[in-house]
Design a binder for this molecule. Sequence first.
Ligand code: NAD
Length: 376
Amino acid sequence: MLIGILKETGNENRVAILPGEAVALKKLGIEVIVETKAGERAFASDEDYIKAGAGVKSRSEVISQAEMILSVNPPVEDDLNLFKAGQVLCSVLNPVVNSRWLEEARLHKLSVLALDLIPRTTRAQSMDILSSMATVSGYKAVLDAASLLPRFFPMFMSAAGTIKPSRVLILGAGVAGLQAIAIARKLGAIVEVFDVRSAVKEEVKSLGGKFVEVEGAKEDTAAGGYAVEQTEEFKRKQQELIQQRAIASDVVIGTAQIPGKKAPVLLLKDTVYSMKPGSVIVDLASSSGGNCELTENGKNIVVNGVHILGKTDYASEMSSDSSKMFGCNVINLLKIMVDKEGKLVLNIQDDILNGTTAVHAGEYVSQRVKQMLKIN
Ligand code: NAD
């Protein structure tokens, strides 16, 4: 198979495959062609790709020659007429945001694989791009907070006296939250954590965080390990306790989300006004509404001396390692999509490929896409 890597558009710094991963693809029998300057913002030059055995071509050559087109974001700005029926496009999709583009892709008989829909099963763990990017976000969120905070994270004992460690409150202990706990602890902060899933309690403790328990959390084994919407009584109790802990904190990192729903609002406006001036809130849930009532998606604001960061592009900011992780996840997915000679075998009966294929041969395939787009 010949795979084409596109240069990302807009503010995106990542590239789907770095030269090192192009070498790994060759070992699977997959040839790679890369659009000119595709890796530039992830610090990989055209020469690096050529040394890795990949071809470097113009955008139109990549699109017209490759059997599969790989990119971080879907090439929505391209004229879909450039792509040929039967060609496979593979990227993070955001099916709801890109629903019209997806419908056009279906009518053009393209196959579209959505990397954000890879099932979160044990077998698919090594392909899970969402986890990789959440790891980057959890790490960067803490570093961003530490650099903005007008205080040290660790305790300091010096001739000028003793400085107490900072207190970090983490809302949600999924992939991003656990990474944030680990980094905040490494920097020497005291870390407190809220989550509604009891399963994470031990993980939080093993990373050195304190799990703050709120009685009466609703859990559902059918939710596949994810959180579910809580009762009004639980929400009220949890908000009260979060208010107390946030006022005592220097940094709050919000990561709490419920798949397919608006993120829970855990930090109210009044709480922010009661926090110490100079404190920092990093709201990683901002694109799904935010954990803080005052968060503005994609913006950094200051309210009553408190920084509220609603940034969503941490993975793009750390383009080198994000691209490496992205590429490794994609290679693991490709391993179940090619035969021994490296030829494409798109078996949509396979549970991972069935969940990931948004459209194929003129039909919607993934149940989740159908649910999201309300297609019968
Ligand atoms: P997520 O981004 O959906 O949510 C982040 C965290 O917020 C979760 O821990 C959730 O319980 C928590 N949360 C939701 N509502 C909350 C509330 N009201 N108050 C406090 N916390 C709240 O989660 P995620 O990082 O995508 O991971 C969720 C689950 O999926 C975890 O169990 C994780 O281990 C599992 N997972 C499995 C795989 C895999 O097997 N391939 C990969 C990644 C994650």
